[in-house]
Design a protein around this ligand. Sequence first.
Ligand code: FEO
Ligand code: CA
Ligand code: CA
Length: 668
Amino acid sequence: MSNDRDVTNSENHTRSQLAESSQDVGVNRSANATIGDIIAARFSRRDFAKGALGVAAIAATTGSLAFDTANAQAGAPAAASRFGFNEVEAKVEPNHAVADGHDADILIRWGDPVLPGAPAFDPHAQTSESQSKQFGYNNDFLGYFPMPGAANPSAHGLLVANHEYTNEELMFPGVGRQDVRSVAFAKMTPELAAVEMAAHGGSVIEIRREGGKWSVVPNSKYARRIDATTPMEITGPAAGHPRLKTKDDPTGKRVLGMVNNCAGGVTPWGTWLTCEENTNFYFFGALDEQHAEAKNHKRYGIPGNVQAWGKYHDRFALAKEPTEPNRFGWIVEIDPFDPSSTPKKRTALGRLKHEGAAGTINKDGRYIVYTGDDERFDYVYRFVTNARVDRDNPKANADILDNGTLSVARYNADGTLTWLPIVFGEGPLSPDNGFHNQADVLIETRRAADLLGATKMDRPEDIETSPVTNKVYVALTNNNRRKAEQIDAANPRTDNRFGHIIEMVPPDGDHAAQTYRWEILVRCGDPAIADVGATFSSETTRNGWFGMPDNLAIDHQGRLWVATDGNSGASTGRADGVWGVETEGAARGTSRHFYRAPAGAELCGPCFTPDGETLFVSIQHPGEADDDNGPAATFENPSTRWPDFKPDMPPRPSIVAITRKSGGKIGV
Ligand code: FEO
Ligand code: CA
Ligand code: CA
């Protein structure tokens, strides 16, 4: 979800821009250092290496305080990239486009059948019963699981998709935006809310590639819809804590549904990690400021009052169930091969606005999960399991994520990074600060991280580890509220509208180490505008630059594939899409435009098959207004009717399968 405007609950913004608006008062008010103690590091590492401190006469507003290593900074010509495709043109069009020599085929759309018996999609008469059997709305994260025993594991598998949120103005005829103040949900009904709840969550589909083309296997025994009503288990240190108990669940261990599932991860033991992000949106009404949970909820921007569900369901009405929000904001683990399995909310990984949960097996065998808290001025986290992954017996890892150490990152100005353990009883995480056990610490992960002195980041989105180099990439999408006095080495730009990508380097590839090194791979935005301060390599063309990095994938050569969110709304003259970015060698920092999303859409979920020959991408909220100053987008008047282009059919979020016409790996 894009989060770019400070216009919450006013008509003049797109649905996808909500999360960064004023209801995400998750605004971090802690006093963590953002500049004073790091002024000394006003020079880039490259400057130090060249002994050229004198050239680093730095204007704080352009923020050259950091460790920028893209070639544009070095003043030396970059080498051509190794990407073997011609770029698509950066612009906004109703249709999508992929680099020459590739096919971009629609795999599944909102409303297409997932479960047996799903009725044909009829957007003029949608019901919750239909929706609960059909592909949900706003597909985000994609994860691919090869089918065990498949002749070609990259041609037959399960694909899982998150369904992050709903756009009632694009989904329902005659409804328009309902969360704006002047409307106040006037046209919402219990049945529309039920459709929305059924359109959330996730889907599991079985897919197969035959004759070069992917299709969904109908009536698969693996097919599953998970939504905002699916029974789930709460596990780990916070399970059963009184702050997780409600009238409906006196155990504190059972919860219905998951919401706002953004990105995620695929574990080596064959499970899907799906991350609850802007859960504040779903809580309605108000809570007495004297209530014991009031301060906790405020730190998470609760209530968001973006969905009307609380009008019809007590558990989403904050005054009636003040602890229900504590049961959302977790990483959920699901076994996609067992449709009867109960999804588990893993509390050991903390409660925050999780973007993703990509991981890696550490050299000592423990599993590592990196997860970003997507809010302006929030943090980057790492979880290290206590146990080692059992590679021979996947089932033995079933509950490995319930025990481990969650830490939060402090990016030091000397180019080191310190992981600060979030452990009850250590440092400030004590009864003096209102924490009485690890459950308290995990329920209020953000406040614990505030007290530890974590570095306030420019909205951490995906974090991915390169299997080639063991370096870890962090997409920081933007932060239009960072002021000059708030810049620091890791977040060096004021009004950071275009974001940047940080590269973290574990020592000797040890992802459990307490200290890493870090650098900025690239500052995003248009390199032709000096004030933007972008640092793409000089080989990067006018099509090759991008803003707002969000989701990341890494190919077999260790190159980044960056999906963006928010370019059109920010008037960059381009739609969102996929760009390939070189990470190593002389071409480091060279970016090339591979795929362009249709108007109004955000690009999510880039996911390669194991052979690198297919890239699946998620098109989320096509048809939203692509110009903040233009007309509002509605069911009747979307900015595109992609992918069907029929006058009576609204735009439909869809998964796209990208392959090379001639066969072979993408992007070589
Ligand atoms: Fe749902 Fe952080 O994007
Ligand atoms: Ca995202
Ligand atoms: Ca985003």
